[in-house]
Design a protein around this ligand. Sequence first.
Ligand code: F6P
Length: 532
Amino acid sequence: MNGPSSTKAWAALQDQSKKFQSSEFRLTRLFDVDSSRFDKFSVQHDKLLLDYSKNYLDDKTKSLLLDLAEQCSVPQAIRSMFAGEAINSTEDRPAHHVALRNSSLSNQQVEIENNLNRMASFISEVETGQLNGFENSSIKQVINLGIGGSDLGPAMVTAALEGFDNKKIKAYFVSNIDPSHINSTLLDLNAEETLFIISSKSFTTLETQQNALRAKRWLLESGVCSDSVSNHFIGITHNTQAAVDFGIRTENIFPIWDWVGGRYSLWSAIGLPIALSIGMDNFKELLAGARSMDEHFLKSEMAENLPVLLALLTVWYTAFFNCHSSVVAPYSQRLQLLPSYLQQLSMESLGKFVDKQGNLTQTNTGEALWGTAGSNGQHSYFQLLHQGKENIPVDFIAIAKPHASDCINQEQFEQHQHLLSNCFSQSLALMNGNDEDEHQHKRLIGNKPSNTILMNSLDPHSLGSLIALYEHKVYVQSVIWNINAFDQWGVELGKKLSKELFTAFSSAADVDKRDLDSSTSNLIKQTIDWNA
Ligand code: F6P
């Protein structure tokens, strides 16, 4: 495979794109001429509806995009993922997170099941007070110390599903190496009742290591005796020895297998804080929702396949409409962390300029993904979406039925309806624009594409499906672009340089002896000076 641009479909799509680039083209016209457009360009799986009708799409374009998927061997690539083949080619291992949702796909079925059982008994020990902190205090809160995939997924899901079970355990998340993050979290907490979960696949990540050491010191300073400190730590890692060396008891270490990538790991023991907050049954429902999307991804026709369709649209815009970024706007405060989570999923997976064979890619690859919860975004960055020069496709996510605890009366239910009408109005305004010709400054050109994902409700099952939808979307993009979605070598250089630069902070005089450019050395010297 030489990349998508050498396929026949690519050339045909290039040609086809001209129609949508013409000044005559109106998205609204596509609806005027075809009353069945919504039926044609929407698809539902489980309780999740994807409306992709407000896109630069007609029958011919869709068929060419599907040809592109075939010519880039997307169906085979999907089967390879489920079969546990080494699709993470640069690290020569599978990316088999689907097996965490369906253990029968794996030759480690027993280990996966055992791990779920261990998580369940651990949670019940915490809840029933069998697992205690110092002086037999019961555990009231857990603090997850982790970053990237060991933080974003669990933090996002925990926030989204808060209140799904009447758990007494509250989960906090500390990721940043900035000491203010852990300090502000620990401020009002009682050490005796606090359990730290050190979540780190490698157990070498600087931020997590530093926060774990700070946690240990805090326990000791708060009066927990040194013999009891290990009662307050759980480790989730692939590097058991490093966790033992830190002082975590072997029986308190949960595994994460090397075939689970960090940003695909919330389904593993990395999801322990989620399971502690919402209960193991709900955690299993989250897995079931993802499994349902997995089955859809594996078995549905390409033309009806949600992840494939979403991926093809992104490839279409990135390649032929010069789109460099896209927005995810969940109209749900509970999903406010979703854009940050998706940022890692998409940008750490797809930010690659070298293809699987080691050649420079011939086409654009990953785009910048950003967004915030609606309706807040409407009062900040939506101006750029409506009147900016660049086209920025949007994924709107809306939830039809509010969570009972969020809408306890008719007034609050109406507030939820305001939320939804805001969401649907934005995709309408982006598409329609206006005919304001008197005041050019007030003019909205319209013609801006968007998808809307309408969820029946925000519950563990549907959230599991939504996350798996985006995981698979990213994979399909990588297959079409012929890049490996499962490594992240780009972040290593910065880590190495930071270790070296750290030593320069000890003496201003030494900074000049280092082989540093004048910008970096002066920034360090000024910092030392202002701290003196
Ligand atoms: O530096 C990037 C990264 O490796 C991510 O891919 C990963 O999710 C994160 O750091 C945390 O890694 P770990 O779980 O090994 O601490």
